[in-house]
Design a protein around this ligand. Structure first.
Ligand SMILES: NC(=O)C1=CN([C@@H]2O[C@H](COP(=O)(O)OP(=O)(O)OC[C@H]3O[C@@H](n4cnc5c(N)ncnc54)[C@H](OP(=O)(O)O)[C@@H]3O)[C@@H](O)[C@H]2O)C=CC1
Ligand SMILES: CC(=O)N[C@@H](CCC(=O)OP(=O)(O)O)C(=O)O
Length: 342
């Protein structure tokens, strides 16, 4: 029998992406969908591109009978998520897409999110959802915290190198171009077409981006000592995709070999031949990550590029990959679709 799935925040971008992915998943059935302002509407009204599917109408979270749900995807904004998740029945497994359960240290959460955590014990017990690095723990977890989309892109480029001691951890510069759907569906002035199109602008500069909490946590853990990278995200006028460039001090050939070895058995991570670079165009609408390594002219310097789709591998695809593991299903189930190109 198919696993019964609830999606909270189903009227948002990651909610819609989850429904798109689950619609062809052979072992999952969407049993309940919740929204806030859009509760009471049909999915065809909110997302006409999904009108061919037979989906439940959007309700408020408190109207869902969680007794019949096997797994709940929580695609709510941070802070809203930690208010809902502790009230879900024990028998329901949870994949949270928000930032609320990613950081193990409550003080770090307060530092980056500006508010004390309301469910500290659950925060400590959640497993960080970067599948390729936490597979075993994810399979046994009740609560998995999906990563930030920027964090996932950067960590795929850096974790094997930091773990392997291949780069100078005191000299890592991460530059990232981020598509606008990463900011969610609510209207914000700087996301209007007239203000975003035909231009690029950096945001959350000077060490202020929230995902630095995740970088600090995961890279320091991998290195065995504190690591603090330099990070600048730039908003790009595209709907989907993240492209990162990590400027590092280390031998490019050794870096490429380490990346190829680390990801050799990974179904979703493609390490390109030495010197080739990825494009957001080549991963769009898919769960794949493309990684490229380039030698720089300065001796012992290299750039590691990574591209993924923020709504798929950066959030909803990763969430489904983790849900498959938690439910004892094949990890790649429902996720092997090819990217959309051009
Ligand atoms: N977009 C991305 O690329 C990524 C997003 N994430 C995270 O995933 C989560 C969802 O993101 P995204 O889909 O982009 O966000 P959206 O803004 O597109 O959607 C938010 C959803 O949450 C609902 N909602 C908002 N506030 C409440 C509330 N107080 N109670 C109940 N429901 C509420 C909204 O309902 P309604 O529309 O009815 O008001 C909507 O369905 C966020 O935490 C985000 O940070 C993580 C990685 C990448
Ligand atoms: C373009 C844009 O604004 N992107 C978001 C990242 C989206 C994401 O990963 O969100 P959470 O960490 O909130 O879950 C940002 O940089 O803050």
């Amino acid at each position: 029998m198919a696993q019964k799935i609830a999606i909270l925040g189903a009227s948002g971008y990651t909610g819609a992406e989850l429904i798109r992915l689950i619609s062809t998943h052979p072992e999952m059935e969407v049993a309940a969908l919740a929204a806030d302002r859009k509760a009471g509407m049909t999915m065809a009204e909110v997302f006409p591109h999904l009108r061919h599917l037979d989906l439940p109408d959007l309700v408020r979270i408190e109207e869902i009978d969680f007794g019949q749900i096997d797994l709940c995807f929580c695609a709510l904004p941070h802070v809203a998520s930690q208010k809902v998740i502790p009230s879900l029945p024990e028998g329901v497994r949870i994949v949270d897409l928000s930032a609320d359960f990613r950081l193990r240290d409550p003080a770090e959460y307060e530092k980056f999110y500006g508010t004390p955590h309301l469910a500290v014990e659950m925060q400590k017990s959640a497993v960080y959802g970067l599948t390729e690095f936490y597979r075993g723990e994810i399979a046994k977890a009740r609560l998995v915290a999906g990563t930030g989309c920027n964090a996932a892109t950067g960590l795929f480029s850096l974790l094997p190198l930091v773990k392997g001691g291949l780069i100078d951890t005191g000299d890592i510069i991460l530059d990232m171009k981020c598509a606008v759907s990463g900011a969610g569906r609510s209207a914000k002035e700087h996301l209007l077409h007239s203000e975003l199109s035909e231009g690029y602008f950096p945001y959350a500069v000077g060490g202020k981006h929230r995902h630095l909490g995740e970088f600090d946590q995961e890279l320091s853990l991998a290195a065995g000592h504190p690591v603090a990278i330099q990070f600048t995200p730039t908003l790009m006028p595209a709907n989907r995709g993240i492209l990162s460039a990590s400027y590092v001090k280390g031998d490019a050939a050794a870096i490429h070999a380490a990346m190829a070895a680390a990801y050799a058995e990974e179904p979703f991570i493609e390490v390109l031949p030495m010197g080739q670079v990825p494009s957001t165009r080549h991963v769009r609408g898919s769960n794949f990550v493309h990684i490229g390594v380039v030698a720089e002219r300065g001796a012992g310097r290299a750039t590691v590029f990574a591209a993924l789709d923020n709504l798929t591998k950066g959030s909803s695809g990763q969430a489904l990959q983790n849900a498959n593991l938690m439910l004892g299903l094949p990890e790649t189930m429902g996720l092997m679709m090819a990217p959309v190109f051009p």
